[in-house]
Design a protein around this ligand. Structure first.
Ligand code: IVH
Length: 669
């Protein structure tokens, strides 16, 4: 065969194999016997051997790369990968619906209900139709590049049937059957079995050798486009249809529901049918369908306000409570933890459960020695549901909370209005240790390899006294620790080094200032841009930011007023830790100059020259406040195309109304 004929045949084989692959793995409707597929694949392999220049990365022969990786590269997501808020009962769902209705200020919206697949979230990037990169969610902004492993999932097209550039999101999972056979094999080999299909899927995709992932029979359902607005669709359900058309595997058990009643009915139906599915689901995801309305509802730092995950109630088991221990947290709160006779619940062995606080122990009348009902709240956190009093023998012991801190022995206090007991000694070693654990956690400085155990060890060995000391650690010191080899020490040092260049909000959140969560940290970072500027700000400057209330402002001022905090900033700075904001900048115009300063503005209808979020960001940057509903307090309504009830209401209340162009003119002034 000459090279031209070979090229022609290679193309034919690509098309045939892609089609057969699609029919088999995506549609679950094979049209040819396996042997025929194998034969064609072999033919392609041979041709590629003969004409190596014809072997392209999207060739059906390239699913399992030969290379074993050293580590996974980090991938910064173009659009953050958010998680979902949870609903545990009908009431939570109705509350969600009420919030949606209130914000949209109208009744015309519909939901899409989807199965919540229990696997791990991944993002797939295509350029000109070719699969170029696949990543884990990670902390939502930065994940790991697991392209080679994802390529082994046969339902992921290496080439879409349109030359689009698009990023799609979905859930990779291990079907129940694959999980059962995988664990049987592991048992036979004397290897530790996986606790559940989700862990098995995650473990498989975290293998550096793609051949292992290839052997694990993983699958995927795509549930969304990262930036659906750019594809021209106007609803989530149309986005899913588009994914189908492009050759992706989506879950067909989805339903458009026009009322929350329909949603609840859909959920009830699946609670019964759930065990019959060939894969595990842990709930139902409910999403507002219209993209325009999704934009209007917006997101919090963590999750969209337009979607919620209903979680099926957890499995409950009975076990004995052997003892109660105490934990001192980062803010000094002392929490009692139940030590349980180990028991399996929802896929893992549980031996501890939080008891939250003394009131709860009294309320449930939990005693040491009791038989208790245990479940995993949200399928994750073990919790004591209630006591089986019938099984009491009389030998059970009441548990009394201590009067002094179990770590530093200072007297515990109960702050007004709180149920918790607190240790208020700022030098309490437990608080310092927990503070450091928070500092390195994902949403804070995100230092991989610095888990609770390593921090506890470093602290115990007096190698670190505060978070700044993390940046003085040496390889020799690390290698001295338990279970720390040279390789992990190198990795850890590299992760610590990398954290120095984090944007300001991560550091700010990591400091653990009272009331300052991830979202507030971001807001402060955006507004002040440097740690210095924030540290110098007074209450008036802080509360001038719309999202910032008195309590938070006071906490920030009080934090930076402490000499210890100033010292810590100096230490971090001289260690080379970045203290500036690196994200997108707010336009800085003196608020008093702007028309928008101090005004409440409502955006409604379709905007064409900028997105709803861009408009919101720019108005807010100029000191305006963007609200979701029109009231007497509204100063201005900007009405785009097809504006509906909000425009009517504005007219009714005599509120000033602008069109998009007028808004742009004012913004550009
Ligand atoms: S939508 C911004 N749909 O559940 C919304 N998530 O915290 C992104 N999941 O991390 C998620 N099935 O991994 C969505 N049909 C579905 C899903 C689903 C499973 C996972 C996803 C996400 C987690 C929710």
């Amino acid at each position: 065969m000459d090279s031209q004929a070979a090229e022609q045949r290679v193309l034919e084989l690509h098309n045939l194999l892609n089609q057969y692959n699609y029919e088999y793995y995506v549609l679950d409707q094979p049209s040819v016997p396996d042997a025929e597929y194998d034969q064609l694949l072999q033919e392609l392999n041979k041709l590629e051997e003969q004409f190596p220049s014809l072997q392209s990365p999207d060739s059906p022969t390239q699913r399992v790369g030969g290379e074993v990786l050293d580590s996974f590269k980090k991938v910064t997501h173009d659009q953050p990968m958010l998680s979902l808020g949870n609903a545990f009962n009908e009431g939570d769902l109705r509350d969600f619906d009420r919030r949606v209705k209130q914000t949209l200020d109208e009744d015309s919206y519909v939901y899409v209900c989807e199965l919540k697949i229990d696997g791990l979230a991944v993002s797939l990037k295509y350029e000109n139709g070719l699969f170029i990169q696949g990543a884990t969610r990670g902390d939502g902004s930065v994940g790991e590049d697991i392209t080679a492993n994802l390529k082994t999932i046969r339902s992921i097209p290496l080439k879409m049937n349109q030359p689009f550039s698009i990023e799609v999101r979905g859930e990779a999972f291990m079907p129940k059957q694959s999980f059962v056979s995988l664990n049987a094999i592991r048992d036979e080999k004397g290897e530790e079995p996986f606790a559940n299909p989700r862990n098995a899927a995650a473990g498989s995709l975290r293998q550096l050798d793609p051949r292992i992932a290839a052997s694990r029979q993983l699958d995927i359902f795509l549930y969304g486009v990262a930036n659906p607005g750019e594809t021209g669709v106007t609803s989530h359900s149309a986005g899913l249809d588009l994914l189908d058309e492009l050759g992706f595997k989506t879950n067909k058990e989805r339903k458009v529901c026009s009322t929350i009643e329909d949603v609840i009915q859909f959920i009830e139906g699946w609670a019964d049918k759930r065990p019959d599915l060939p894969y595990e689901i842990d709930g139902i995801v409910v999403k507002v369908d219209s993209l325009e309305q999704q934009r209007e509802l917006g997101t919090t730092a963590k999750s969209p306000r337009w979607a919620i995950a209903y979680k099926f109630p957890a499995e409950e088991v009975v076990t004995q409570l052997i003892d109660v221990t105490l934990n001192v947290g980062r803010t000094g709160v002392v929490t009692p933890t139940a030590i349980l006779q180990p028991v399996r619940v929802a896929g893992t062995t549980v031996q501890r459960a939080t008891l939250h606080n003394e009131d709860l122990i009294r309320e449930k009348d939990i005693r040491i020695g009791d038989y208790v009902v245990v479940k995993k709240a949200g399928d994750i956190i073990p919790e004591v549901v209630n006591v089986i009093t019938d099984r009491r023998t009389g030998d059970e012991q009441e548990f009394l909370m201590p009067t002094h801190c179990p770590e530093c022995e200072s007297e515990l206090v109960r702050l007004e209005g709180e149920v918790a007991l607190r240790c208020i000694n700022p030098k309490c070693p437990a608080q310092i240790r927990e503070g450091m654990i928070h500092f390195v956690s994902r949403n804070a400085m995100n230092i991989d390899g610095l888990g609770e155990k390593v921090i506890a060890q470093l602290y115990r060995e007096q190698l670190i006294h505060d978070v700044a000391d993390l940046y003085t650690l040496t390889k020799e010191q690390l290698i001295g620790l338990e279970r720390m080899g040279e390789k992990s020490a190198d990795k850890l040092l590299a992760a610590i080094e990398a954290s120095k260049s984090n944007s300001l909000e991560k550091l700010l959140f990591g400091l653990g200032i009272r009331h300052v969560g991830a979202k507030a940290a971001k807001t402060f970072a955006q507004h002040f841009e440097t740690m210095d500027a924030l540290a110098k700000a007074d209450i008036v400057q802080l509360t001038a930011i719309h999202e910032i209330g008195d309590k938070m402002a006071e906490a920030v001022v009080a934090y930076f007023a402490q000499p210890e905090a100033q010292e810590l900033m100096e230490e971090l700075r001289s260690a080379g830790v970045n203290m500036t904001y690196k994200g997108p900048k707010l336009v800085s115009v003196a608020e008093s100059d702007s028309f928008f300063a101090g005004k409440t503005i409502v955006l409604t209808g379709k905007l064409h020259q900028l997105t709803r979020n861009e408009a919101k960001d720019r108005i807010e940057a100029l000191g305006g406040k963007v609200s979701g509903s029109v009231s007497k307090k509204t100063d201005l309504v900007v009405a785009g195309e097809d504006a509906g009830s909000k425009l009517d209401k504005a007219n009714e209340l005599n509120v000033e109304v602008w069109d998009e162009q007028r808004l742009l003119d004012e913004l550009n002034k």
